[in-house]
Design a protein around this ligand. Structure first.
Ligand SMILES: Cc1cc2nc3c(=O)[nH]c(=O)nc-3n(C[C@H](O)[C@H](O)[C@H](O)COP(=O)(O)O)c2cc1C
Length: 175
């Protein structure tokens, strides 16, 4: 594209991560969008001060005891007014173990705490992806909690699903 237009604007991929799994998903989504000839910026949700200049926003968080990492919820809340004017996609990185991600979380889609913002923003997509649990990265308390709920250790991220979701976004943004 030679002349200006929405393709020249950047897509923001913001994320909140504790142990890195969600960051890597954000990176992967960003890479796919770039392959779709879109300009991308990948930033921790906490670092985003201003949404000026972004044509679309993707925001993701790891899930801890049914909640998002605080920075992700704060990001949505603080930017509601702008986000409701932009195409927005939301993902969570949560369940570990074999099987369908939304079945593993029993239909859980979003933490209750962010639902109010989401009702204002009306995102184009909300998805739950499998996550990753690396025993070496967990604190003793976290290991104990994981043991309690019997969550599987290991990397269950479904890169094909993630790529597919990102490509769908890319397609929509190019329309
Ligand atoms: C203490 C603890 C609690 C967790 N609670 C949940 C949960 O309630 N639901 C869920 O789907 N995943 C849960 N997980 C799994 C994480 O969401 C998953 O490992 C995610 O990919 C971590 O992302 P991050 O590495 O970006 O922080 C939990 C993990 C830990 C360590």
């Amino acid at each position: 594209m030679i002349c200006g237009g929405k393709m020249d604007k950047k897509i923001l991929v913001a994320y909140a991560t504790k142990h890195g799994a969600t960051f890597e998903i954000a990176e992967r989504i960003g890479k796919k969008l770039e392959e779709n000839n879109l300009k991308v910026e990948i930033l921790p949700a906490k670092q985003v001060k201003d949404l000026t200049g972004y044509a679309a926003v993707i925001i993701g968080s790891g899930v801890y005891i049914g909640q998002w990492i605080k920075d992700a919820g704060k990001f949505l809340h603080a930017n509601e007014t702008v986000l409701k004017t932009l195409p927005v996609w939301i993902f969570s990185s949560g369940p570990t173990g074999e099987g369908d991600a939304s079945e593993l979380v029993k239909g859980w889609k979003l933490p209750r705490g962010v639902q109010e913002s989401v009702d204002v923003i009306l995102p184009k997509g909300v998805v739950v992806f499998h996550g990753a649990l690396d025993e070496k990265k967990l604190s003793r308390l976290e290991r104990w909690m994981i043991g309690k709920v019997g969550a599987a250790l290991g990397d269950f991220r479904d890169w094909e699903k993630i790529d597919q979701w990102a490509n769908e976004i890319g397609t929509q943004l190019k329309e």
